[in-house]
Design a protein around this ligand. Structure first.
Ligand code: UDP
Ligand code: MG
Length: 322
């Protein structure tokens, strides 16, 4: 069993793969620990898969998984995480923007007692149009989640196996894995890492990434705060709306009782009715969400144990806990 598993998501990176692999080998050989490198081809349409075949046939520490079509970086990472055999998992981008020589630093930090260590592209080599929105996004993420990281979207991250085993990645939620981990009580750290401009190929994300990022942040907030009790979220807003609508309508009713007409307060009446209907809708959405939660709840599996002291725990069970 290798000690360290490197997972590399690859989408149309034919130009950088060979050099990346060469650098990865150099760094990993220098560490003197056993390792495997898992390349996950996310349905590339260039020569990436051919290049990966070449790398695979010359190196027994390499495994290659190739998706039939592109499903996104989260999917590629999820597939890699499913296959890893090491206790420590490091993810790195395939475009050589991340520097493989940072891997030992990440692992060193992890072994100081963290479960996740995220890279921070302190001197980021990207255009301002990407750096600025990213800064805002990181700030918002810290604010919404309480996890103080400078750079949530760094490709270079190290995890203990217990973390990658615990969470299912889908959509674009890979960037938030440290948030999910933090919310579950795992210890999350961060170190500055080198970053290089893209030399080969092009970025896979356009300006849409920020809109999608914001929507994902909303999802993450909902999932981490209210997943186990969605009615607390929908119900609070719903009841507030209903009460406000009810109060407005009471005022209108008293005016009507006094004057036998509502004295031109029709817009207010509409607002009151609208708020009450919206409020009821939100409460019922919350109830539906509770129903879903109840049906999909996996009981014990949803909670992550840090330790189990038991005289008859099997070795396999202990290994799973890391
Ligand atoms: N990637 C992927 N699937 C995707 C998009 C990206 O596997 O749908 C990989 C890509 O090949 C690279 C990493 O994810 O290794 C980061 O992508 P990119 O460099 O385009 O992101 P950026 O550096 O612009 O944030
Ligand atoms: Mg990149």
């Amino acid at each position: 069993m290798p000690e360290i598993s490197i997972v590399v998501p690859v989408l149309n990176e034919e130009g950088s793969l060979e050099e990346l692999h060469h650098q990865l080998r150099n760094v990993l050989d220098g560490m003197g620990r056993s390792f495997e490198i898992i390349y996950v081809d996310d349905g590339s349409t260039d020569r990436s898969l051919e290049v990966l075949r070449g790398i695979y046939s010359a190196d027994t520490s390499v495994r290659v998984l190739s998706l039939r079509k592109t499903h996104g970086k989260s999917a590629a990472l999820a597939i890699g995480f499913d296959e890893v055999r090491g206790k420590i998992i490091v993810t790195i981008d395939a475009d050589l923007q991340d520097d493989p020589s940072e891997i030992p630093n990440l692992i060193k930090e992890l072994e100081k007692g963290y479960d996740v260590v995220s890279g921070w592209k302190k001197r980021r080599q990207d255009p301002f149009s990407k750096r600025f929105p990213s800064k805002v996004f990181n700030w918002l993420t810290s604010l919404a989640t309480g996890l103080k990281l400078h750079d949530i979207n760094c490709g270079l991250k190290a995890y203990r196996r217990s973390v990658t085993d615990q969470f299912k990645l889908y959509g674009q939620l890979h960037r938030f894995l440290p948030v999910f981990a933090y919310k579950e009580g795992f210890r999350v750290g961060e170190i500055p890492v080198a970053h290089h401009p893209r030399r080969y190929g092009r970025t896979k994300y356009g300006m849409k990434r920020f809109l999608h990022g914001l929507l994902d942040l909303l999802t993450v907030t909902l999932l981490t705060r209210y997943l186990k009790s969605p009615l607390h979220f929908f119900g609070t807003i719903g009841i507030a709306f209903t009460l406000a609508g009810f109060a407005i309508n009471c005022v209108i009713l008293s005016i009507y009782i006094k004057h036998h007409n509502i004295q031109g307060r029709h817009p207010l009446l509409m607002l009151g009715v609208l708020l009450m209907i919206l409020g009821f809708q939100l409460v019922s959405t919350g109830l539906l969400a509770e129903l879903l939660t109840r049906m999909s709840h996996k009981g014990r599996e949803e909670y992550s144990l840090k330790l189990e002291l038991s005289h008859d725990a099997t070795e396999e069970k202990q290994a799973r806990r890391g």
